[in-house]
Design a protein around this ligand. Structure first.
Ligand code: N01
Length: 540
């Protein structure tokens, strides 16, 4: 181990060509590409004791992928696809971890990963053009490239500041950091929050607790998952059509092998419209959001047809009139990230489940024995915070990142995150962000592969041409950041507040965090930028 005193004042304990932060889907694939395909010396640091990233931490009851497993996986290796099959349509959290364990073993990735180690900061040294990356275990690694594979949601759990939480005599947990061995049997449980995590956890907790009280601030749309097991015939078909599936997904709007039907919702008869929604509803899952009419995500009148269809479904399921009305969302479907559930609305027909509308009757305090709203005290043994995350920027700000001239990332992003193409940001040379802010989202494993491949090709070219650093030109970053905002404003996203614009966190700068364009065209654009010699980037 070398020990060097650097320009930045850190005491260096080791070197690498690249440091990767995180060992989830993004970090594992980046490690494979950079180490095995480019031959770089790579160190990966992971805060968890195992691989998985967000899937390592999110172990709440009912945690399950809400995308179809056959495309929620890597596509880079045909052999990997041949030797892995999910048990059913939507893999459970533990199954996804098993998959990522399998990937780590199959490609011998663990020897380059240091587990249980949090990257606490990194500083760019302008004299050496290298990053000095520090960890909570006392390491300071000098590396030319810093790859953030930190995801959008891990490590940045949001627990609202509710008076009295420290006085609570029961147990409380956040869905994003669920410990092993929690037993809810026979307990009075309160769940705060009805986003994707709450909606998945609520039906499962209702089956375990003696009583469940759901504290809902905003009613949500949710699509039935229609989870089912996947048989041999299904997998034979997936393998037979492997190329077709991935080709479609890569060219699609959302990174999935489904497209809208090319029609506008109001150009067809009501009969055809309803038949379209009914058929997709019966299939379930994210396909319902992507596979109907082309204009439901940006045209309010078109959207009204699908939103009303879904509101009626809630009315059909929920028996109690007051509960039913409280569960009807007022914002348009797709103004927030779609949620996929198993028996969510039916859970409110159970005798042991109560819905409390905390918009009408706000939470006032947590007491030693439960939770108090403006109207009533609710005695509880366990409180579950399904209250989300300081998303996207939170995991970055959790580290002390300093670029050129010691400039801090949270200063550069104080009015909202900025990037060029979601990949790099000004004054932070060679800090490649995998699915960073301003990147396209969609089917995340595929977005991750798109980014990692671009980054690996870029590094290969830099090395071949003797360039030491890459960073965006300030005007390219400004323009892209504006494009990201404008694209979101053209959709229905501004009609609801959520983590997509930072408004879920009190005091956070309001800015759209993702590019909400067309996935296939975004991929084409990235490829063109690379082919044209990286216009918009400064290579030195
Ligand atoms: O978090 P959220 P999440 N008082 O921010 C409520 C991914 N994910 O963990 O809507 C009362 O969506 C808040 O209320 P409101 C997925 O990308 C994926 O559920 O702001 N309530 C909301 O109901 C997802 O989008 C999967 O009014 C408060 C909830 O807490 C993302 O993670 C599974 C409150 C937060 O919802 C985040 O989902 C799970 C307060 N003070 C998650 N503060 C799968 O793939 C917040 N809330 C399966």
């Amino acid at each position: 181990m070398t020990t060097t005193h650097s320009q930045t004042g850190h005491t260096q304990t080791g070197t690498a060509d690249a440091v990767i932060v995180g060992a989830g889907f993004a970090g594992l694939y980046a490690l494979k590409r950079l180490r095995d395909d480019l031959g770089l010396d790579v160190r990966t640091f992971e805060a968890g004791q195992g691989v998985g990233g967000v899937w390592y931490w999110n172990r709440y009851p009912g945690a399950r992928c809400d995308s179809d497993g056959f495309v929620y996986c890597y596509s880079f290796s045909r052999e990997l696809l041949q030797d892995w099959r999910w048990k059913g349509k939507y893999p459970e959290q533990a199954e996804i971890r098993a998959y990522l364990d399998h990937v780590a073993d199959r490609f011998d990735l663990r020897r380059s990963i240091t587990f249980g180690t949090l990257v606490t900061g990194a500083e760019f040294d302008e004299e050496t053009n290298r990053w000095l990356v520090t960890t909570d275990q006392g390491e300071t690694i000098s590396a030319q490239f810093l790859i953030t594979a930190i995801g959008h949601l891990a490590i940045s759990k949001y627990v609202p500041d509710i008076e009295g939480l420290e006085t609570f005599q029961g147990e409380w947990f956040h869905t994003g950091g669920w410990p092993d061995g929690v037993d809810l049997a026979g307990k009075r449980v309160g769940v705060i929050g009805t986003g994707s995590s709450g909606v998945q956890a609520i039906p499962v907790i209702a089956g375990q607790a003696s009583h469940l009280t759901v504290f809902q601030r905003t009613a949500q749309f949710s699509i039935p998952a229609r989870h089912e097991t996947a048989d041999e015939q299904f997998w034979t078909e997936v393998r037979r059509t492997y190329d077709e599936i991935w080709d479609k997904a890569r060219r699609s709007a959302g990174g999935f092998p489904w497209e809208h039907n090319g029609k506008r919702a109001l150009e067809v008869s009501e009969e055809e419209r309803l038949a379209t929604y009914e058929s997709l509803w019966a299939q379930g899952g994210i396909r319902f959001a992507l596979g109907s009419f082309q204009d439901i995500s940006y045209d309010l009148a078109a959207n009204q047809t699908v939103s009303d269809f879904m509101r009626q479904k809630i009315r059909d399921i929920v028996h109690d009139p007051a509960t039913r009305e409280a569960l009807i969302p007022s914002h348009p479907f797709m103004a927030r990230r779609p949620i996929v559930d198993t028996d969510y609305f039916a859970t409110f027909n159970r005798d042991n489940v109560t819905l409390v509308d905390v918009k009408k009757s706000p939470i006032q305090a947590i007491t030693p024995t439960g939770l108090r709203t403006a109207e009533q005290d609710y005695p509880l043994d366990v409180i579950v915070f399904a209250t989300g995350f300081d998303a996207v920027t939170g995991p970055f700000f959790n580290m002390d990142l300093r670029g050129r001239g010691g400039r801090r990332l949270n200063n550069h992003w104080r009015n909202g995150p900025k990037s060029y193409l979601g990949l790099l940001t000004v004054d932070f040379p060679n800090m490649f962000m995998i699915t960073g802010p301003g990147s396209m989202v969609g089917n995340l494993p595929l977005t991750i592969e798109t980014h990692v491949d671009w980054i690996a090709d870029c590094i290969r070219e830099m090395r071949a041409s003797g360039k030491e650093t890459i960073e965006p030109a300030p005007d390219a970053e400004a323009q892209w950041t504006q494009t990201v905002q404008r694209q979101a404003e053209r959709s229905l996203i501004p009609m609801a507040s959520s983590w997509y614009d930072g408004s879920n966190i009190p005091g956070k700068a309001k800015a759209y965090v993702f590019f909400l364009g067309h996935f296939g065209r975004y991929r084409d654009h990235l490829r063109e930028v690379a082919e044209q010699g990286h216009p918009g980037f400064q290579l030195r």
